[in-house]
Design a protein around this ligand. Structure first.
Ligand code: LRY
Length: 225
């Protein structure tokens, strides 16, 4: 295992360099350039999707790589099974991010199974959760980092336009595990607020690396009557 990946992101920014299916940015070479831009701008780590991109980014930037593998877009889709997690670890991710919500996983495995397999492969685990209970369970099951990634995207978590800073604060108080603030963080001030509430690190994606979504935000605002 490599706990230094956790130390390296303490108090600092991780940039998520991802693009949804069909987006013009969804291209390995383009995502590598995004990751290199994040590194040049001072990011402490990057978060990237799919083994091929994980391998290319790990070869191109000298930063901890948090890898995941999104498969589908409903139910458990962030690194849903043990084989997905192992493929991400084998591609060179220092940390494997995976859904740690209470929902059943498609291969019938548990989150604890995934943690054991990833640790045996020499990588760390980031638990993507939507509630405090899920975060506490994931921490007990051996997650190395717990992230608020899925708050607002899973029934039972609050739907809100900004980050779930209440969840970040509660996880930081109660989980005993380094907490990552992730999801809808769109300003440096929100990122700083998350750290002030006890987050170990902050992930920002859309606000930095998603020109299609950012353009759409301006266009829909201008189209309002
Ligand atoms: C819910 C889900 O599938 N989140 C994904 C997780 O990897 C990504 O689509 C997000 O972009 C990432 O979490 C960063 O969040 P934001 O783009 O809001 O800064």
């Amino acid at each position: 295992m490599n706990p230094s990946a956790v130390d390296a992101v303490r108090g600092r920014l991780i940039v998520s360099c991802q693009a949804p299916p069909g987006d013009p940015m969804r291209d390995t070479a383009t995502l590598v350039r995004l990751a290199r831009s994040a590194a040049a701008g001072g990011a402490a780590g990057v978060r990237v999707n799919e083994p091929e991109v994980v391998a290319a980014v790990a070869a191109a930037v000298d930063l901890p790589v948090i890898g995941l593998w999104k498969d589908g877009d409903t139910g458990v889709y962030i690194t849903p099974t043990v084989p997905h997690a192992l493929a991400v670890a084998e591609a060179g991710a220092h940390v494997v991010a995976a859904d740690a919500t209470a929902r059943p996983r498609p291969d019938g495995s548990s989150f604890a199974d995934l943690v054991a397999a990833v640790h045996a492969a020499g990588a760390l685990v980031m638990a993507d959760v939507s509630t405090l209970d899920e975060g506490l369970t994931a921490a007990r099951q051996g997650a190395d980092l717990v992230s608020s990634t899925l708050s607002g995207y899973v029934p039972g978590s609050p739907r809100q336009s900004g980050p779930d800073l209440d969840l970040v604060a509660a996880l930081a108080r109660e989980s005993g595990t380094p907490v990552v603030a992730e999801g809808r963080i769109s300003t440096p001030e929100e990122a700083a607020a998350a750290l002030a509430l006890g987050a170990h690190s902050v992930v920002v994606g859309t606000a930095i690396t998603a020109p299609t979504a950012l353009t759409h935000r301006f266009v829909t605002h201008l189209a309002r009557p």
